[in-house]
Design a protein around this ligand. Structure first.
Ligand code: SAH
Length: 341
């Protein structure tokens, strides 16, 4: 089988190039063609001999994603792509345009194992992990299609990034490689449902990215009901890993909290939540829960009061702007809808 060249680090590529009898410095030229000039085919690599290009094509492939669907929001320029992978799987990528910057939300797995009760991503089960190249290509294909330079990136699409740990770390290294796409990891956030052991592992790597934790409840009973992962890592264990992440990396963790009517939106819950996260000095993002047809959760009508309560208790809480609501821009909605057809 041909090797997936976009998943190789520069050091790995150098090794591979030497192994096929070519000089090591050629790897840098190829890396530049792939990650800076964005060549989609070896034939474009004009500073390599034709013979060498043919040899590369024998050993390696340059993967692509194909646009299966592209939806443009009429309200706010949010663009949602459903990208097809080589094995027919579909994944979602959302481009969000703000006044000064463009942000991209990418998927890390096809499907998800985590089964959060309000989320559409795991609706059709878990299929497979994405390769580093398939994460990188969500950025490259979107930049190619839109002609827009993406300034920041969030790993908040389909899948649980820390459940695909090695590939995600490899992707982050490729993304930030100075010889490649050169995106500073200060502009990258990773969102997790709370795999505490992997948060600890990530902290050790000191990559400098922002960790965002999907909390969604202030007590274990409620959290275990809506997020099964809580049965493995309860809130106390999770928060201890968040504290450790801050201590090791110097970067504050932020929390996501989807407000669901009559489940986690009472003012008493806001008080409990404030007590839990205040010691972490963390920022809290409130998300009015997006309606997912197959799920029965309802949007809270207590968002403003919940936020005010937290603010009064000294918590920095903001309500997330809902972008692209008209194009099913919430996690996994498009993949789930398409699979049903
Ligand atoms: N697995 C990761 C990242 C993907 S989900 C995680 O759990 O963080 C990205 C965010 O969207 C998470 O905070 C998730 O809980 C939230 N989310 C999922 N479905 C939602 C819905 N229907 N409404 C609002 N937020 C949702």
């Amino acid at each position: 089988m041909k090797k997936d060249i976009l998943s190789l680090s520069l050091t790995e590529l150098e090794r591979e190039i030497k192994a096929i009898g070519e000089q090591k410095f050629r790897a840098k030229q190829i890396f530049d063609w792939l990650h800076v000039k964005r060549a989609a085919d070896f034939s474009e690599m004009s500073n390599l001999s034709e013979q060498f290009r043919l040899k590369l094509a024998e050993h390696f492939c340059i993967k692509r994603l194909n646009i299966q669907k592209k939806l443009v929001s009429e309200h706010d320029y949010t663009v949602k792509y459903l990208y097809g992978l080589h094995d027919g799987q579909g994944i979602e990528t959302v481009q969000m345009r703000y006044k000064h910057a463009n942000s991209l939300c990418i998927s890390t797995q096809a499907g998800c194992k985590m089964n959060c009760s309000f989320c559409a991503s795991g609706a059709n089960g878990f299929v497979r992990d994405l390769e580093p190249s398939e994460m990188l290509l969500q950025l490259y294909e979107t930049e190619r299609d839109s002609g827009i330079n993406v300034g920041s990136l969030v790993l908040m699409g389909i899948g649980e990034p820390l459940d695909n740990f090695d590939n995600v770390v490899k992707f982050l290294q490729l993304l930030s490689d100075k010889q490649g796409r050169n995106m500073s990891l200060r502009h990258v956030s990773l969102s997790t449902c709370g795999l505490a052991d992997e948060i600890d592992e990530l902290a050790e790597l000191k990559l400098g990215l922002t960790l965002s934790v999907s909390l969604h409840a202030a007590d274990d009973e409620t959290r275990s009901r809506i997020m099964p992962v809580n049965k493995k890592y309860n809130i106390a264990r999770l928060l201890s890993s968040c504290r450790n992440y801050f201590e090791k990396t110097g970067r504050r963790v932020s929390f996501e909290y989807a407000l669901i009517k009559d489940v986690n939106d009472s003012l008493e819950t806001a008080e409990r939540l404030a007590r839990l996260i205040k010691p972490l000095g963390a920022h809290l993002n409130l998300i009015p829960v997006n309606h997912v047809p197959a799920k029965k959760h309802k949007k809270s009508d207590n968002v403003k009061a919940f936020q005010e309560k937290l603010t009064n208790l000294g918590i920095n809480a903001t309500v997330r702007r809902t972008l692209g609501a008209d194009i099913s821009a919430a996690c996994g909605q498009l993949r789930a809808e398409t699979a049903k057809l």
